[in-house]
Design a protein around this ligand. Structure first.
Ligand code: A3P
Length: 326
């Protein structure tokens, strides 16, 4: 897309192609296709507000992902790394011990879902450098965030789409009214059609992989599986990219270990706030819904080999000739 934000999105929403399968709470979750991507309507309304009202700072950091790709982990790691001087990772007062990672680093669509004054108050009160999460791809964000001149740094995370769709099914079943009625096949079909939130998944990932090659100083591309395989190496990359590399003294003092421990699935999952809390006061999603197994290759326990082959073929075809693969 040539001109981010040039259309009147608010007026446009109701005329966009609609997808009504798998409607989830909250209301307004029917999906619309906008510039090739499917999003719940209320995300698009929030995007319109972001375009109109959000004023980025050159120091802002955006963590971009499709749902179920490792967003919660990335938010925890980035927050703990960037703010480690103010909040030492071994402190018993660390915000990540008392708030869900999505409360420490909020989604921009969740912030701008609220009245503009409230949203402005939240983003202005954020400690610097500000870190936001988003499922909007760069091509939908306004130029003043995504453009070359903005200064904002973008960290992207993706994951094997087969694990993503399984994770997504499990996640939805933690908060839909009748979880036993939600069939994996239904979720899988929609995912393969690219019609789940922020989909098509492969398109979203490809866009950011290409952008990371074009602007490696501004866009860092991470893979969930790589983070699992080499947490230290990837944390080091993340800190360097975000302009706050770990010093030798910090490495020796075990600061990286402390951050990885604080942000580990086991640690976060067991915290009181993540066992009982509710992500949004008025929303259906509970904090515990963000923590399940955290492994790679778990799709094999849910998906048939035929399904896996079908999804692999769709992804392969979509990415053919691009140089990118999951
Ligand atoms: P599984 O359902 O495969 O276990 P997102 O954060 O984008 O919503 O993705 C959720 C997935 O990330 C879930 O995968 C969840 O278990 C995993 N996850 C959440 N927190 C994690 C952490 N701290 N470390 C590793 N994986 C984590």
């Amino acid at each position: 897309p040539a001109t981010n934000g040039a259309d009147n999105l608010t007026e446009l929403i109701q005329s966009l192609p609609v997808e009504k399968r798998l409607l989830l709470p909250p209301a307004g979750s029917q999906r619309r296709q906008y510039r090739g991507y499917w999003f719940p309507e209320w995300h698009l309304s929030a995007l319109a507000a972001v375009r109109d009202h959000f004023e980025p700072k050159p120091t802002d950091i955006f963590l971009v992902s499709c749902p179920k790709s490792g967003t919660t982990w990335l938010k925890s790691l980035a927050f703990a790394t960037v703010h480690r001087d103010v909040h030492p990772p071994s402190s018993r007062e660390h915000p990540l011990l008392h708030k869900n990672p999505h409360g420490c680093v909020e989604f921009i669509h969740a912030i701008y879902r609220q009245p503009v004054d409230v949203a402005r108050g939240i983003v202005e009160a954020y400690p610097s450098p500000r870190i936001f999460g988003t499922h909007f791809p760069l091509s939908l964000l306004p130029e003043h965030i995504s453009g070359d001149g903005s200064g904002c740094r973008i960290v992207y995370i993706c994951r094997d789409p087969k694990d993503v769709v399984v994770s997504w099914w499990w996640f939805m079943r933690t908060y839909v009214p009748n979880p036993e009625q939600l069939q994996f096949e239904e979720v899988f079909d929609l995912f393969c059609e690219g019609r789940t939130g922020a989909g098509p998944y492969w398109r979203h990932a490809l866009e950011h992989w290409e952008e990371s090659r074009r602007r490696p100083d501004k866009v860092l591309f991470l893979k969930y599986e790589e983070l699992l395989r080499d947490p230290h190496g990837n944390l080091r990359r993340l800190a360097e990219f975000l302009g706050c590399p770990f010093s030798e003294a910090e490495e020796k003092a075990g600061v990286m270990d402390a951050i990885l421990e604080l942000c580990s699935l086991d640690k976060l999952k067991k915290l009181e706030v993540n066992q009982s809390g509710n992500k949004l006061k008025d929303g259906p999603v509970m904090n515990h819904s963000f923590f399940r197994k955290g492994v790679s290759g778990d799709w094999i326990n849910t998906m048939t080999p035929e399904m896996a082959a079908r999804l692999d073929a769709i992804v392969q075809q979509a990415l053919q000739g691009t140089g990118f693969g999951f």
